[in-house]
Design a protein around this ligand. Structure first.
Ligand code: NAD
Ligand code: 0WE
Length: 256
């Protein structure tokens, strides 16, 4: 138990199951004294998210497809009703068609490109837009990104483009919201075997290579990401905004 987020209230987008990065962040946040709300994409995931939310003392579990503006609006309306104001938002959401994570990049369809951009990049803007009117001073927004934003990672394809856009959105939002004392940052996590990593060709090879080549010589866990998120969500990071924080054992600083 710690108190880094004591008295703070926040909403977590992107828990699918107990392996989700968002769940690692939520557990760390509750350990540090935060009060939490959760959103879920659909009824199938609601069955997973509700028990997890209950286990960290949360009764605010709300549906939200981030492609739907009225869903996002309803989430923050309910949080305003329940709490009055909120202190932080965790955005841990991404999606692209599985077909667009293989094959050649120039074969990406217009629809596939737009889908990846909408769910994985624009949704941060849409969520922030509805969150800001409800956010307290000193608020913090954290999203999740990946090295594929900054350099080509085999098979990451259209998601690399979407993450590059997401990181640019983080900087734009940080500049706009700085005067309101709201901070916006990203965590660039190393590869973790989550639902979003399942079915990715050669993911095991990627994990293996990461384990032997990353400077710290170990895989990154959702707990590792959770603890960095606590820093960014807390007042410890009060002078930090518009940043991408790598939580990848130093992998990004090395070359192949
Ligand atoms: P995950 O599958 O557990 O989480 C992804 C979440 O996105 C799921 O909860 C899913 O329901 C949600 N989602 C997808 N489409 C949505 C929509 N339209 N509306 C609302 N929610 C939607 O996988 P994860 O690995 O925990 O991914 C979380 C974030 O971390 C993503 O942004 C991902 O890009 C990023 N990330 C993952 C890794 C990794 O290796 N796993 C590394 C770096 C960054
Ligand atoms: O951002 C991600 C995964 C994002 C993702 C994953 C899927 C799989 C299932 C987005 N959309 C989908 N759609 C699906 O249908 N990561 C950072 C994890 C990841 O994905 C990779 C990676 C890494 C790391 C894909 C190729 C190469 C490396």
């Amino acid at each position: 138990m710690g108190n880094l987020l004591k008295g703070k209230r926040g909403v977590v987008f992107g828990v699918a199951n107990n392996r989700s990065i968002a769940w690692g962040i939520a557990q760390a946040a509750q350990r540090e004294g935060a009060e939490l709300a959760f959103t879920y994409l659909n009824e199938a995931l609601e069955k997973r998210v509700r028990p997890l939310a209950e286990s960290v003392g949360s009764e605010l579990v709300l549906p939200c497809d981030v492609q739907n503006d009225s869903d996002i609006e309803a989430v923050f309306a309910k949080l305003k009703d329940a709490w009055g104001g909120i202190d932080f938002v965790v955005h841990s959401v991404a999606y692209a068609n599985a077909d667009d994570l293989k094959g050649r990049f120039h074969e990406t369809s217009r629809e596939g490109f737009a889908l990846a951009m909408d769910v994985s990049a624009y949704s941060l803007v849409a969520v922030t837009n509805k969150a800001v009117p409800v956010m307290n001073k000193g608020g913090s927004i954290v999203t999740l990104t990946y090295l594929g934003a900054a350099q080509v990672v085999p098979h990451y394809r259209v998601m690399g483009v979407a993450k590059a856009a997401l990181e640019a959105c983080v900087r734009e939002l940080a500049v706009d919201l700085g005067p309101d004392s709201i901070r916006v940052n990203a965590i660039s996590a190393g590869p973790i075997k989550t639902l979003a990593a399942s079915g990715i060709s050669d993911f095991r090879d990627l994990l293996g290579a990461f384990e032997v080549r990353s400077p710290l010589r170990k895989l990154v866990t959702i707990e590792d990401v959770g603890d960095t998120a606590i820093y960014l969500l807390s007042d410890l990071a009060r002078a930090v905004t518009g940043e991408v924080h790598y939580v990848d054992g130093g992998f990004n600083i090395t070359t192949a």
